[in-house]
Design a protein around this ligand. Structure first.
Ligand code: ADP
Length: 491
């Protein structure tokens, strides 16, 4: 807005009209005093000031304006009766934005000057605004940086006090802090501790972690400087994020040698115990089967023997699973792959299953008389496991389907679909793991939670895809898909 100050109403009126005609917002004051009052309340882009006024004259008004912080930079155009030298006009008005117009006013010149000053004012205002924004941004960044520094300080304090070897790294992977314990394992700030030659290389995993921007977890053996023995450590590195971008990596090496030893002893015990149990059980199984054949007793006694055989078979299955687990742990679950006809394998497996579950009906969907590279005994084990689970975890025990098909990708797809209790997505992620049982499932059937783990190991060795599609309360479809013979590399 432009303020026009003149004691003559006719002057005010004509100037106001000219400027309004050119789309300027205009305010008026008819004395120096009124003008000063108005400048206290409003912000003006330009003040057009008559020099000769009764009371305060134009120069005095300008003097006042120059002393006030909010008006000292407001441009002024003096209206004067005589041609006045600029330097004479006012002392102290330092902005430089000052000019004069001689009366009688030449409208074109007035407009030219008003436009120039107005544009200057607008540019100045924008500049000031930009500067203010910049200042705020700088302050904000300074604060944020300080906060990050404080946090880093705090984090380093915590890492210094924990019993693990700990370190932090910049987002691009340069180590920028290590705690005291680090120095026992590495002679240099930037070099990772020495890793056992059989346990791979941290650098490769580190690179992958930076590339994927995802946490790193590795079990490896490292040793202290000058020590002979390596100890198992869990290396865990997690990203610290702010506004979704990584600002730091925090890593620890935790000594897990004792846990590893305990697990090894447990595995050894499991292997030994199942082996020791297996020998007498094999004899019991043979004798009881013999007894079943030669026994000429009454029906009830024969029935007892039949039931004993069923229980002995169950026990045999459990011990075999335990033996398999211990073989998997030791990398000794070995079997050969040969070309087998899947349809033949499935038929003979189902025939055998009919003896175990004489009352269960299984619906077959599709056929796959195709050749695959596989191990018949182990694949039979997988199929039996899937079907037994479908029976175990279906309270109605009906509607179990066996789906067989050959897909366009040269794969044999086999699935066992039930309408049983189903499995929640969280549990689906774990059921192929060792000793994992869904807690709700324990009310339906007993088990050790190792069957699916063994299946997974067997299927991996067949280059197979495997998994489960399931919905709680609706049922599950356990499947595997094996490449047809001659279409994929074999182990
Ligand atoms: P187990 O049956 O001896 O517990 P498994 O390894 O065969 O061990 O299965 C692991 C777990 O997966 C089971 O305890 C059960 O919770 C779940 N599970 C497996 N098959 C099914 C199924 N068909 N329906 C629902 N849950 C199942």
């Amino acid at each position: 807005m432009i303020l026009i100050v003149d004691d003559r109403p006719e002057n005010l009126f004509s100037l106001k009209s000219i400027l309004e005609l050119h789309s300027f917002d205009v305010d008026t004051a008819s004395s120096g005093e009124e003008a000063l009052k108005k400048t206290l309340k409003n912000e003006y882009a330009l003040i057009i000031l008559d020099v000769q006024m009764p009371g305060m004259d134009g120069f005095e008004v300008a003097e006042f304006l120059s002393g006030n912080n909010s008006t000292k930079d407001t441009p002024i155009i003096f209206l004067s009766a005589v041609n006045t030298e600029k330097k004479f006009i006012t002392k102290g008005y330092t902005s430089g934005a000052i000019d004069y117009i001689v009366k009688p006013i030449d409208t074109d010149i007035l407009l030219l000057k008003v436009k120039t000053f107005h544009r200057l004012y607008e540019q100045n205002r924008e500049l000031n605004l930009a500067q203010q924004k910049l200042q705020t941004e700088i302050e904000f960044r300074k604060k944020a940086q300080q906060q990050i520094q404080d946090k880093a300080h705090e984090l380093n304090g915590i890492l210094a006090s924990i019993p693990q070897v700990a370190f932090t790294a910049t987002p691009d992977g340069n180590i920028d802090f290590v705690n005291e314990k680090w120095h026992a394992f590495s002679g240099s700030f930037s070099e990772f501790p020495e890793v056992h030659p059989d346990d791979g290389c941290i650098k490769a995993a580190w690179k992958k972690m930076l590339l994927d921007k995802s946490p790193l977890q590795l079990e490896l053996r490292i040793r202290k400087l000058h020590a002979k023995e390596y100890r198992y450590h869990l290396l865990k590195v997690v990203p610290v994020k702010e506004n979704d971008s990584i600002v730091k990596w925090v890593g620890t090496f935790t000594d897990i040698e004792e846990q590893k030893e305990a697990i090894k002893r447990k595995d050894e015990f499991l292997g030994m115990a199942s082996h020791e149990l297996k020998t007498p059980l094999t004899s019991i199984k043979a004798y009881i089967q013999l007894l079943g054949k030669v026994l000429t007793a009454d029906e009830e006694t024969k029935n007892f023997v039949t039931r004993t055989i069923v229980q002995v078979n169950k026990l045999d299955g459990l011990i075999n699973d335990l033996l398999d687990i211990s073989k998997i742990e030791n990398g000794k679950l070995k079997f050969d792959l040969e070309i087998i006809d899947f349809e033949e394998l499935l038929s003979s497996t189902l025939e055998m299953l009919m003896h175990i579950y004489p009352d269960i009906s299984l619906k077959r969907i599709g056929k796959a008389p195709v050749k695959i590279m596989g191990n018949a005994i182990r694949l039979e084990q997988v199929i039996i496991n899937f079907i037994s689970n479908a029976i175990k975890y279906s309270p109605q025990q009906t509607g179990i389907e066996l789906i067989t098909q050959v897909s366009g990708d040269n794969e044999l797809y086999f699935a066992v679909k039930d309408h049983g209790i189903g499995i929640s997505p969280e549990n689906q992620a774990h059921i192929f793991g060792k000793f994992y049982r869904v807690s709700e499932a324990t009310t339906y059937a007993q088990g050790l939670g190792i069957g699916l783990h063994i299946c997974a190991e067997i299927l991996k060795r067949h280059n197979a895809r495997y998994g489960v599609i399931s919905e709680p309360g609706k049922g599950s479809e356990f499947y595997f898909a094996i490449p047809l013979a001659g279409t994929a590399p074999t182990n």
